[in-house]
Design a protein around this ligand. Sequence first.
Ligand code: NAP
Ligand code: ZN
Ligand code: ZN
Length: 347
Amino acid sequence: MRTVNAIAATSATDPLVRTTIERRDLGPHDVLIEIRYAGICHSDIHTVRGEWGDVAYPLTVGHEIVGQVAEVGREVTGHAVGDRVGVGCMVNSCRECENCRAGQEQYCLNGNTGTYASVDRDGTVTQGGYSTHIVVDADFVLRVPENIPYEKAAPLLCAGITTYSPLAHWNAGPGKKVAVVGLGGLGHMAVKIAVAMGADVTVLSQTLGKKDDGLAFGARDYQATGDPATFEALRNSFDLIINTVSAPIDMAAYLGLLRLDGTLVSVGAPPQPLPVPVFALFGNRRSFAGSSIGGIAETQQMLDFCAERGIAPDVEVIGADAVNEAYERVLRSDVRYRFVIDVDSLR
Ligand code: NAP
Ligand code: ZN
Ligand code: ZN
């Protein structure tokens, strides 16, 4: 075991504090990563606040992790000391079920092992990336391309893959009209990636306050959902809507924006249900779907795609002591557009 510096939540309501956590000894197939940056995802906040269910405290969250390989187990061949690497939302899966064999480990039928708050193979609870080091099975370690700076690579490991995967699956591309609801961490990556795929992108944000940014990210249109006229003007418009909102939305109103055979995909994960009036689906033969992160191979594909196209998130780098304030700003939708912790501030 090795003891490393970290930030942890001690309850659902107290501020996160500096602490130490244990990392397991390196197994033959493990990689020890010296973490450089860790992104702050809204899922971290849902989790530490117990919004998705009870968790065991103290808990270190963070699943947008980048750094360099510090040590490898004796059977590791794909990663070497000094390599630039990343870890996203999962650190293991069964590898045997139908979905794992299809490269969709995120949908492991025996449950994937989350990077934090999950029970690991050895029975311990996994602890995430707000820490100086992590030990991860080599199969769940991604290669970070050279031309993406570390701090900008971090948010790709969750916000990037979570939006890339449904955009690719539902064929966002030339001739497709895509709306992105919510311009936060996931939303701004959805816009950049959908634009790079060739889609015609509209941002649907609560206000027009971030319109200049949305258009600079490549969106063709930007409308305020706080204005009821938006839902009239854009009725029957979109092939695909990616909902990234962390709170419940009015499903009937947003489904009405889909054209024939359009799909609204929710990646936003509010703790409350999203009630769907079935008549909102009948018109235009609409679909409502969900999507969870992406598989390991697909995550590597997304990193390479972003590197080739020069796509990177807009980040605000903070020190370890600014995490609690950053959480409050995320909750106020005051994030431009991802907070990333400089892990050197924890050493
Ligand atoms: P975020 O940075 O806080 O962005 C969410 C955005 O939603 C906000 O910036 C805001 O955009 C909008 N919003 C917030 N509250 C709203 C409300 N009450 N009504 C309408 N719009 C509201 O969060 P994130 O890190 O991108 O994560 C977004 C959601 O995705 C979270 O629920 C997270 O847990 C979930 N998630 C899911 C997966 C998955 O695999 N499916 C992966 C990662 C995250 P505007 O200011 O533009 O309106
Ligand atoms: Zn996340
Ligand atoms: Zn499996």
